[in-house]
Each structure stands twice: as structure tokens, then as C-alpha cells.
Design a protein around this ligand. Structure first.
Ligand code: AMO
Length: 414
């Protein structure tokens, strides 16, 4: 008999079915055994009447055949009157964490150490369904707007965002680095004629400190657009993009969102403040400052604009008439920076001067500089940290909870 998914059970009342999954709970009561079976689409109760049944332990993998009946008192309203039970695979040893309670009974370290087991808890599974739907919404919207999806190298010869957070790796007798961002490639590909590109890819930052907002490997949602007139267009694009992503979440993940903070929304207009105004209101734009900023402006989303050149990488376009400022922005969501972006320099002499001013040698940027010689349009873009966005959508305490197998200074496994 082929498998019926728990989600399809309501349509099978009165029929004999076979369900397969994990044993979430076993309870003996008055000669009956009640088994809750859990699988990817949900959980259901099976009732084993008096008789010879295999020994069922928590989290063993089982197949149960039986008749579907409606029972308003059963969890979910349906149950299976079992006629056959088969253990497909036993567990071995003590379970390191209990995963069938309402809340997961472990701290953040065990959560990650035992990811395979902790993912069986619906609240944990929900995080990664929402994360996948964020990426789905991101890529679908950009494709519909004429963007090309790109895949750029993560083994590279030079840093992009400043040197200090680079991981170096031996590379056939030379030194290579892990990409901190696809920044240079996404700009080059604007010039390739593609004009509008996006990438969902891993990036690497040698973050020396353990914080709730930093991973040393994370997923960057990168966007780059040619023929822009200024950074306002990029903020408008990101606003529309987020609105699409949140609508997609509401349409596909409502149940998962309800297990956490509810369905997120984007306001009709996201307030904007300049970096200088933000600092005036909340002091420095630190982790605490970003929290205070959302509170001070009474908005979950806030764009911060016009960052000083000293706060941005060499490729940032200065504000005309105020060259100490840049045409850049951050987006702060529920008290955490989730995006940096801005218009880039497109004239080669200005770009080279900026490299030198940032203590970098233009010679180190061969192919990137080359792209600026052969027709580089005015352009700009932004990047959203996937784990940060996921964590803020759901109200998680740390970006580590939004990473299946987080990499931090002290963690390289599992
Ligand atoms: P930035 O370095 O600000 O900009 O990174 C962009 C976004 O990536 C996320 N992020 C991180 N997430 C988890 N752990 C980290 N260590 C970490 N560092 C950054 C944040 C941040 O807003 N090239 C530019 C983007 C651009 O201008 O297009 C860049 O990488 O959400």
C-alpha cells in the first residue's frame, strides 16, 4: 500500500490508509495504545487496540496502516484505527532532547548541536519554511522585474568590503580569500549588458566576536541595478521587494508565522532619516542605537541615509556638493540592520582615487577596474542578510537560530 500524507487524511475518512513518520508520543490507556505520528505535513493519532504490537519508542520511524475515522476529540479531528504497525527503523540510545513538547526543552547550544532532532519540533521547522519562502519571494519578484540570477565565485583574489574580516585559504601555492560579498562581480555584471542582476549566495566574514547578529558564514541576498539616477530608486525597489516577500509569506506560511510573531507587514511608506539625524536622536548607530531608532520613529522599518564616507567601502558614490557623505543607505528592521546599499562610483578615475583614499591599491582590482573602462552605466544596489531578515520576521533572539548549521568564532560543526 502506498503512503498517505497526514495533510490528505481529511479526504480519506472510512478508507484504509498507510501513514509513515516518526513516533512523537506513545500513551497506554485502558488497554488501548495511543500513538501520535509526526511527518512533514503534520501529526495524527493512531489507536492500537488490544493485541500484539511491536514496541514503539519516541522518534522511531514507523508505518501504520488502518482505517481513517473522524473524532472531534482527537488532535486535528481525525484518527487511524490501526490494523498493522511496522517499525521501519529503531532509534539507538537515549534521546538527547525532548522534541514533542509545546516548546522545545533545550538551550541555544543543544538546539544547534542536535539540529536533526530539534528540526522535528514544528516551531523549528517553521523557521526554515519561512526562510525558504523569503528566498522564493525574493527571487520571484526580481525575476518578474527583469533581473538575471547570477552565481559568482566565493574563492577570490582580493577583499571587497575592507580587509579585516577576510578569511584566507591556501590556493595551489598562493593565497586566496573567501568572498565577503559578491559586490565586485555584481557590479561587473551590470556592465556585461545584463543591467539588473541578483544573487542568493553564501558569504564569509571573519567576525572576531560572538554576537546575536553576526555569523562568519551567512546567506546574502544581493541586488544590483544599472541605469539608476540615485539611491532613492534602490530604496523604492527594496520597499516593493519586501512588500512582495511579506505578501508571499502571508500567502504560503501563515500557520508557521502564527507560531512566532504573526504576519509581518510593510508600512505604506518607510520613514527615512539621515545618518546625522539618527545619531542626533539615538547617539551612535550601534546595536542599541538601531533598537532605539525604531522606537524613536515609531516604525518597525527605518531607512538611514547619507552615511559618512568614512563608514562606507571605497565603491560608495559621494553626495554631490558634500563629498564627506555618500549616496548610501541602511534598512533597519525591528531594531536590526538588515540591509546596506547605495549608488556606486561609475567613473574610473573617481573609483581609483577612492581606492587609494581607502588605503587600497587599484592594481589589486584588475578585472573589476577593467569593467569600468568599457562602458559602465550609473548603478547601485543593496544586500539583505537572509538570517537577519528571517530572525526579525519571526522575532528570534539571535541570527544563529535562523541558520541551520551556524558558523561562528567558536563553532565549525555540525
Ligand atoms: P554589508 O557588509 O553591510 O554590505 O552586508 C549587507 C547585509 O548583510 C548582513 N550581514 C550579516 N549577517 C550575518 N552575519 C554577519 N556577520 C553579517 N554581516 C553583514 C546584514 C547587512 O545589512 N556589499 C554590501 C552590500 C551592497 O552595498 O550591495 C555589503 O555586503 O543584513
Amino acid at each position: 500500500m502506498s503512503r498517505t500524507l497526514v495533510s490528505a487524511i481529511p479526504g480519506r475518512v472510512g478508507e484504509q490508509v498507510r501513514i509513515e513518520g516518526w513516533v512523537a508520543r506513545v500513551r497506554a490507556l485502558g488497554g488501548l495504545t495511543f500513538v501520535i505520528l509526526r511527518e512533514r505535513t503534520g501529526s495524527i493519532q493512531a489507536i492500537l487496540e488490544r493485541g500484539e504490537w511491536p514496541n514503539l519508542t519516541s522518534e522511531a520511524v514507523v508505518a501504520i496502516e488502518g482505517k481513517v475515522v473522524e473524532n472531534p476529540r482527537a488532535p486535528g479531528g481525525y484518527e487511524i484505527l490501526a490494523t498493522q504497525v511496522e517499525v521501519l527503523n529503531q532509534t539507538h540510545g537515549q534521546l538527547p532532547v525532548e522534541v514533542s513538547g509545546t516548546e522545545l526543552g533545550c538551550g541555544p547550544e543543544v538546539l544547534v548541536e542536535q539540529r536533526v532532532l530539534t528540526m522535528r519540533h514544528p516551531k523549528q521547522a517553521a523557521i526554515f519554511k519561512v526562510q525558504a519562502a523569503i528566498v522564493e519571494g525574493f527571487t520571484a519578484y526580481l525575476r518578474s522585474e527583469g533581473f538575471l540570477e547570477i552565481f559568482t565565485p566565493k574563492l577570490i583574489a582580493t577583499g571587497t568590503e575592507g580587509g579585516s574580516e577576510l578569511f584566507s585559504v591556501p590556493y595551489f601555492g598562493r593565497q586566496a580569500f573567501l568572498a565577503q560579498s559578491p559586490q565586485l562581480y555584481k557590479e561587473m555584471l551590470v556592465a556585461s549588458g545584463a543591467e539588473r542582476v541578483f544573487e542568493v549566495g553564501h558569504v564569509y566574514r571573519a567576525e572576531p566576536h560572538e554576537t546575536s547578529r553576526h555569523l562568519s558564514e551567512y546567506v546574502s541576498l544581493d541586488v544590483e541595478v544599472g541605469f539608476i539616477q540615485g539611491e532613492e530608486e534602490l530604496m523604492a525597489l527594496e520597499t516593493a521587494l519586501l512588500r512582495h516577500i511579506f505578501a508571499h509569506l502571508a500567502a504560503t506560511c501563515e500557520a508557521e508565522l502564527m507560531l512566532w510573531g504573526g504576519v509581518p507587514t510593510v508600512p505604506a511608506e518607510i520613514p527615512r532619516v539621515t545618518y546625522a539625524e539618527a545619531c542626533e536622536r539615538v547617539g551612535e548607530l550601534s546595536a542599541q542605537g538601531e533598537k532605539s531608532l525604531c522606537q524613536a520613529l515609531g516604525s518597525e522599518l527605518v531607512f538611514v541615509t547619507a552615511f559618512p564616507a568614512t563608514e562606507r567601502p571605497f565603491y560608495a558614490m559621494p553626495v554631490p556638493g558634500a563629498p564627506h557623505l555618500t549616496k548610501t543607505f541602511d534598512l533597519v528592521y525591528r531594531g536590526l540592520e538588515i540591509t546596506s546599499g547605495g549608488q556606486r562610483l561609475h567613473a574610473l578615475p573617481a573609483l581609483e582615487a577612492s581606492m587609494v583614499a581607502h588605503g587600497m591599491s587599484p592594481e589589486a582590482f584588475g578585472a573589476y577596474r577593467e569593467a569600468f573602462k568599457h562602458g559602465m552605466p550609473p548603478h547601485g544596489g543593496f544586500a539583505i542578510g537572509l538570517e537577519r531578515l528571517t530572525a526579525r520576521v519571526l522575532g528570534l533572539g539571535s541570527v544563529r537560530e535562523a541558520s541551520l548549521f551556524p558558523r561562528t568564532r567558536n563553532r565549525l560543526a555540525p
